[in-house]
Design a protein around this ligand. Structure first.
Ligand SMILES: NC(=O)c1ccc[n+]([C@@H]2O[C@H](COP(=O)([O-])OP(=O)(O)OC[C@H]3O[C@@H](n4cnc5c(N)ncnc54)[C@H](OP(=O)(O)O)[C@@H]3O)[C@@H](O)[C@H]2O)c1
Length: 325
């Protein structure tokens, strides 16, 4: 039974961050997970609704009556966004507008996740929340437009800019590296971008702590931005080397490459380092070093893989037994 009196509606609940938010908060709060499609890995029913269907969305809000909305849903494939700008604007900006309108009408505070991609990455040193945004990709522009809409219109909202996100469920850099080393012992990885890998579970845990000890900060009137990432810094190439070391694959070599050789549709910022002092000072939140989080993630990923294998084996055995019976 949830211990808290209000429910939390999580959009994109079946996605990478949404999944860990549901898991982190479900013991304390009634969770209303919402997504476009069911998420079997969550093993719970979701409200199936496209955020662009405003009338249906409003009906969900009215019937479930959440006390807080955590808006994770977005079109997050950066290269796809670059080639499908109209769709990216709809999913990332118009959908957010719908959420803001309904939250304002019903007096519900909002938590929104944004990204380092709102910056051009040219700054020497860490980006402050107050630094001017200058996105260099369609995805970054849509997230900035969503931020701007929230800052100008939301009655109560917190925007967390997060970076280089990875989690057990969903697509991410560490999972791509693990997939590649199942087939090759030679990797070529970008070495001219620097940032902070951030574990979805750590973001979810930070939200949980905030909602238990600093709730006033989340529910305050007005809208504000905080940077929230794991600490330390690394390039993608060294991030790959760290993963290889942790999984004991010293037979795999990583060759450095420059971003321009990658030929991807969307440019990425070279510097993704976000200054974390404001969230530490005002929210009392500081996340652990990225290396500790990645080490734990790799262990958890392996546990999830083994559990899925065991489940599949048990299912096959049960089916075999019933065939014989
Ligand atoms: N991933 C990163 O590296 C990263 C970095 C910085 C910030 N962020 C931000 O963090 C948040 C969470 O990212 P994530 O990587 O966890 O996202 P994700 O795994 O892509 O999950 C997003 C979920 O939202 C759903 N969704 C998208 N549009 C929707 C709509 N119109 N109506 C209902 N559901 C919709 C998606 O469904 P479909 O899959 O069917 O579209 C998906 O299940 C996003 O706001 C993202 O911009 C992510």
């Amino acid at each position: 039974m949830p211990t808290e009196a209000f429910g939390i509606l999580i959009t994109g609940a079946g996605g990478m961050l949404g999944t860990d938010l549901v898991r982190a908060l479900e013991n304390d709060f009634e969770i209303i997970g919402l997504d476009k499609k069911p998420a079997p890995h969550l093993e719970r029913p979701l409200e199936i609704c496209d955020l662009l269907q405003e009338r249906k969305l409003r009906e969900v809000f009215m019937s479930r009556n959440p006390g807080l909305v955590i808006h994770c849903a977005a079109l997050t494939d950066v290269d796809y966004c670059e080639d499908h700008a109209e769709e990216a604007v709809a999913q990332n900006v118009e959908a957010t507008r719908n959420i803001v309108t309904i939250c304002n009408d019903l007096g519900i505070p909002l938590v929104f996740f944004s990204t380092d991609y709102v910056f051009d990455g040219k700054k020497k040193g860490e980006y402050l929340e107050s630094d001017p945004a200058n996105p260099v990709s369609v995805y970054g522009r849509t997230k900035k437009d969503a931020e701007d809409h929230i800052l100008a219109n939301a009655k109560s909202a917190v925007i967390f800019r997060i970076t280089w996100l990875y989690g057990v469920f969903g697509r991410s850099f560490p999972r791509a590296i693990l997939r590649q080393i199942a087939e090759t012992t030679k990797l070529t990885v970008v070495a001219d971008q620097i940032g902070r890998p951030t574990y979805t579970k750590d973001i979810a845990q930070a939200l949980k702590v905030l909602l238990s000890s600093r709730r006033d900060k989340v529910f305050a009137p007005g809208a504000r931005i905080y940077h929230l990432t794991n600490t330390g810094q690394v390039t993608w190439a060294d991030f790959a080397r760290f993963i290889l070391e942790r999984v004991g694959r010293d037979d795999v070599t990583v060759e450095d490459m420059t971003s321009d050789k990658l030929n991807r549709p969307a440019p990425r910022p070279a510097n993704s380092l976000l200054n974390l002092e404001k969230s530490e000072r005002e929210l009392g939140v500081i996340l652990r070093p990225w290396q500790d989080a990645v080490a734990e993630f790799l262990v958890e990923l392996e546990e999830v893989r083994k559990a899925a294998e065991a489940k599949a084996r048990a299912k096959a055995e049960a089916e075999g037994a019933s065939d014989q019976g």
